[in-house]
Design a protein around this ligand. Structure first.
Ligand SMILES: [Zn+2]
Length: 395
């Protein structure tokens, strides 16, 4: 998407339009309350879908806006909710669903509400019976191009200035499904293990794990010293500050490592003409491992959420689609014979004689699952996994 911005001189009509959009937003919030009251405050994507259908009929549509502009607010609201659910799923426990009333909101016009009159004027429809918004276009405005490429127009208010954003649909088109699919297993030991039907890549997690260990050691050793001091004493404060300084530094190193891994991974996807990255959903698997400490597990979960998030935005920027699918049984099922059993060590060994890297099996199966072939026998030979290591100094 490419956006072109055009500053608008203030006039009251602009306030009225964005206030109308704000009212639609507030209406969405109130309707959701009504729905929740009737349905018992449950959450979940499927419920949201039926709520959205219901809300579409219930919205009063009394605002001076084009019907598609109103629909856009509703779909924006549910998109926000979806984003919130994904954040929660990825371990951001403080994320909140949209709940705040807004007096003004950005208004969006879709294609059918946008019309160019001659070369110098734009007409944005606000629905039957309401005054449209007329905008004079500057001399250098390329109307021909706009007609061919326009996707939406937005009325944005920012720090005292109204502007129109012309959003053109010249983004890199999403690659088609016929292009490569890569399955990703976010493992306990390695941050990323991927399989694209040809190669299996293992992004080595040793460096990041050593940072986890270091972090725990720092917490433990400072904890002992801090416990020996009087709370809030000068020395106590000194140690607490030093402890957090160390931890901040380690956390930055972990984050940096995850950034390097995910960048490398996405680069690889682009080179191999991958169209879809399929990530196994992590929510179900954490119980299978026995971490000695709770804190440790939390840290791991944080990292997994982070990896998913980093891959998602980096891949999307390259026009690569990202899908998250349920990964149950993908680490246990033998790709050669379909037998299920839990691997006990780093190597997956099956009765049928199949032996492969454990997380590699997960990535293979996640890919198969996305392609609708999970449980079917693999019709190609798996190659030896390729190790990917970070170029970093050991901490
Ligand atoms: Zn087998």
């Amino acid at each position: 998407m490419r956006t072109r911005k055009l500053k608008l001189p203030y006039n009251r009509q602009l306030d009225i339009i964005n206030a109308g959009t704000g009212s639609v937003w507030v209406e969405c919030l109130r309707l959701k309350d009504t729905w929740d009251y009737a349905h018992g405050y449950r959450t979940g994507g499927r419920l949201d879908k039926s709520c959205e259908l219901w809300m579409d009929k219930e919205l009063s549509k009394s605002q001076p806006l084009h019907s598609q502009s109103i629909q856009e607010v509703r779909s924006r609201y549910f998109k926000n909710r979806k984003g919130f659910r994904e954040l929660r799923k990825n371990g951001h426990n403080k994320a909140k669903p949209p709940y705040r009333d807004k007096t003004f909101q950005t208004t969006t016009w879709k294609k059918s509400a946008i019309r160019f009159i001659g070369k110098r004027q734009l007409r944005l429809s606000n629905g039957k019976g309401n005054e449209p918004l007329y905008v004079n276009l500057p001399k250098n405005f390329d109307v021909q191009y706009a007609i061919a490429h326009i996707a939406i127009v937005e009325l944005v208010y920012n720090k005292g200035q109204y502007s129109l954003h012309f959003v053109y649909g010249v983004a890199k088109a999403l690659k088609s499904d016929s292009e490569g699919v890569v399955g990703v297993d976010i493992g306990e030991i390695h941050p990323i293990v991927s399989h694209n039907g040809v190669d299996t890549l293992i992004f080595n997690g040793r460096y990041i794990r050593s940072l986890y260990r270091l972090r725990n050691k720092v917490i433990a050793s400072f904890g002992k010293k801090i416990d020996r001091c009087k709370r809030h004493s000068k020395r106590w404060w000194h140690l607490v500050r030093r402890k957090w300084k160390r931890i901040r530094k380690i956390d930055n190193q972990i984050r940096d490592g995850l950034h390097k891994h995910t960048t490398e991974f996405v680069k690889h996807c682009e080179e191999r003409n991958i169209g879809i990255v399929v990530i196994g959903d992590l929510t179900g698997i954490r119980d299978s491992i026995n971490y000695s400490k709770r804190a440790n597990q939390k840290l791991h979960q944080w990292a997994f959420g982070k990896v998913t998030q980093l891959i998602s935005y980096k891949a999307k920027a390259l026009g690569i689609k990202v899908e998250v699918i349920d990964e149950s049984y993908t680490s246990q099922t033998c790709p050669r014979c379909g037998n299920k059993h839990k691997p006990s060590n780093r190597e997956y060994k099956c009765k049928c004689g199949f032996v492969y890297h454990r997380d590699g099996v997960g990535a293979v199966n996640i890919r198969q699952k996305y392609l609708g072939k999970f449980g079917e026998l693999l019709n190609y030979q798996l190659s030896v996994p390729i190790g990917m290591r970070l170029q970093t100094k050991t901490p």
